[in-house]
Design a binder for this molecule. Structure first.
Ligand code: IPE
Ligand code: IPE
Ligand code: MG
Length: 240
């Protein structure tokens, strides 16, 4: 069975989970935090070293102002409340996305959390906030263009490897498996570059209901995939 070195998750369905219970959408976002702990436990069990969670997209600013505020407050409160638990669990926490858009207090907490967990050797947990896959590609292009301007890179030397080294999470293997909860079968501008060869798993399970058993199901599904990377089934079989 091929191992999962990097799992990415689009945590969707919080609002519908809450609405189905006659609760405000914010209750769904709060309930979603439990699912994160369950998945972290599942990652330990399945020896998944890298986990990347989509928590807030660059398009989520379009939501009602109140919901955006609730989400920001929840990020801050969760960072305060859960950081020690993550440290105890030996989790290394990192954020991907344009955090400069957040208020300075939240930015400070984010930097602090990254700093305090930097030396941890357990699961590497990446939280994508104010992240957009297109933004990621554009920021990579800007970095490369700057190198060209500085005279340290020739435009014709830009290749897939160099470009890939400039996108977010380039130090990690690309995601082997993407899970999207909440029943939609779309990427919603998440890791557009990095998902080129990722196995995509869509489930109707709403994010707050996602647990170790649901992860197990996804991992079992993944184990049944044949990753061919353009080759024939026979070639791919010989390669594993
Ligand atoms: C995902 O749940 C959380 C964020 C996007 C922040 P949603 O809030 O999108 O929940 P649904 O899709 O409306 O049910
Ligand atoms: C994707 O969910 C973003 C996150 C889970 C953070 P959305 O609920 O924002 O996606 P769309 O708008 O339905 O595509
Ligand atoms: Mg949604």
């Amino acid at each position: 069975m091929h191992s999962i070195r990097h799992l990415a998750i689009i945590m969707d369905g919080n609002g519908r989970w809450a609405q189905a219970r006659g609760l405000p959408r914010s209750a769904g976002h709060k309930a979603g935090i439990n699912a994160v702990h369950k998945v972290l436990r599942g990652c330990d069990e399945h020896k998944i070293a890298n986990l990347t969670l989509f928590a807030f997209s660059s398009e989520n600013w379009r939501r009602p102002r109140n919901e955006v505020r609730v989400l920001m407050d929840l990020f801050l409160a969760t960072l305060k409340k859960e950081l020690n638990i993550l440290i105890e669990k030996n989790v290394r926490l990192r954020f991907v996305g344009d955090i400069s858009a957040f208020d300075t207090h939240l930015q400070h907490r984010i930097n602090q959390a990254e700093y305090q967990t930097e030396g941890n050797s357990g699961v590497s947990l990446n939280i994508a906030v104010n992240y957009g896959g297109r933004w990621d590609i554009v920021q990579a292009a800007i970095k490369l263009a700057q190198q060209v301007r500085e005279g340290v890179l020739e435009p014709e030397d830009i290749d897939i490897e160099k470009f890939g080294a400039s996108v977010c999470l380039s130090e990690l293997p690309e995601p082997d498996l993407l899970i999207r909860t909440g029943g939609e079968s779309r990427i919603s501008n998440f890791l557009n570059w990095q998902l080129a060869y990722t196995e995509l798993y869509f489930t109707n399970c709403l994010w707050p209901d996602f647990d170790v058993a649901a992860l197990e199901e996804a991992v079992t599904w993944y184990a049944g995939r044949q990753r061919r990377f353009g080759q024939t089934p026979e070639q791919a079989k010989a390669a594993t």
